[in-house]
Ligand binder design. Structure first.
Ligand SMILES: [Zn+2]
Length: 346
């Protein structure tokens, strides 16, 4: 079976390989059932129409008269014993009409309700289900369009300026997980997400790096590299805080959890680390190792309040998989952005 999208009219065609070459035996529409089900986790109204074989050709298009109608044309079919008008007890579909437009050409019209007008739909061919005594079927699924992720926005950051530091990068991968995920790639992905959320919420964000690069240069000493990151903050006029994002590592793969660090050089360092920790704990579900004091270079040498976040243990197989997943990265990023919002607004 091949699917074609006609570039002239935008119709979706499903053609058996040999359909054009020879006249296939006619299909008789021989079964009808409609019911509520789940499609990819979404509530759907499924309409099943029995056919003789899986090699059915069809085109599906939508038309709008008073309401939207899905029009399924089935060449080489006859209506069989199915009723021409079948009422539907669905929030999305009010009725189904089945008509033979001409000899060997049936048209199925799915009349959508007002709520159904904004629905997504798909057609699939289902194999026979012997136990349920169902033949081959065309299934028309009508379901709500998956919701686009709501635009992420955080309160309290508009008009503020800050520095985000994605740990490691370039010649320094940072820690590497058992599956080969590098700390540098996770920290960059999460930091970019944090930046996007903050910028969208009205903050001015400076990144120490926005690519897989060293900030000072390849194979520099730790001190040169870390000072280069501190310098980004020092040369960013108006920057109010510095957040460095890392992943933890330990020889024991069982080590796990999230933690945030501060160096108590201003009155606000601990508060920043605490707010970030609270938001990460609320969002991430990882074991919370707490808020800790340390003299990490970038925290100690940044003049502004600073915190270093360990998102989780990349050396722990479960946490490595989480840290590598885009969904989890976005969740962490939103938590960091919320913590920063609270720092500015509380
Ligand atoms: Zn690190």
């Amino acid at each position: 079976m091949r699917l074609f999208l006609c570039c002239v009219c935008g119709l979706l065609f499903c053609l058996p390989e040999a359909a054009a070459a020879r006249q296939l035996p006619v299909h008789e529409l021989n079964y009808f059932q409609a019911y509520e089900t789940q499609v990819d986790g979404q509530d759907a109204w499924r309409i099943e129409i029995g056919i003789n074989r899986p090699d059915v050709a069809y085109t599906l298009r939508e038309k709008t008269f008073l309401r939207k109608v899905l029009v399924l044309d089935l060449p080489n079919t006859v209506r069989g014993k199915l009723a021409t008008q079948i009422a539907q007890k669905s929030a999305f579909v009010s009725s189904v009409q089945i008509n033979e437009l001409e000899a060997r050409h049936t048209q199925v019209r799915v009349q959508l309700t007002q709520a159904g007008a904004d629905c997504a739909y798909q057609v699939t061919v289902l194999d026979p289900d012997r136990r349920a005594r169902k033949p081959y079927r065309l299934a028309i699924d009508i379901f709500k369009k998956p919701q686009a992720a709501p635009a992420e926005n955080v309160e309290g950051v508009a008009g503020h300026a800050l520095v985000l530091d994605a740990g490691h990068g370039g010649s320094d991968t940072g820690a590497v997980g058992p599956d080969g995920i590098t700390e540098a790639s996770v920290t960059l992905a999460v930091t970019r997400d944090v930046r996007d959320i903050l910028q969208q919420s009205g903050a001015r964000v400076v990144m120490t790096r926005d690519a897989d690069v060293d900030v000072y240069g390849p194979y520099a000493s730790d001190r040169q590299e870390l000072q280069a990151r501190v310098n980004v903050g020092a040369y960013s006029p108006g920057a109010e805080l510095f957040v460095s994002i890392h992943c933890n590592a330990f020889s024991n793969p069982g080590a796990h959890g999230m933690e945030t660090y501060y160096y108590p050089k201003t009155e606000a360092d601990e508060r920043l680390a605490t707010l970030l920790n609270e938001e990460l704990a609320a969002a991430g579900g990882l074991f919370n190792r707490g808020v800790k004091q340390a003299n990490f270079y970038v925290m100690k040498h940044s003049a502004m309040p600073a915190s270093l976040i360990e998102l989780g243990f990349i050396t722990n197989p479960e946490e490595e998989a989480l840290l590598a997943s885009e969904g989890y990265q976005k969740k962490l990023a939103l938590a960091v952005a919320r913590g920063i919002g609270r720092f500015f607004s509380e």
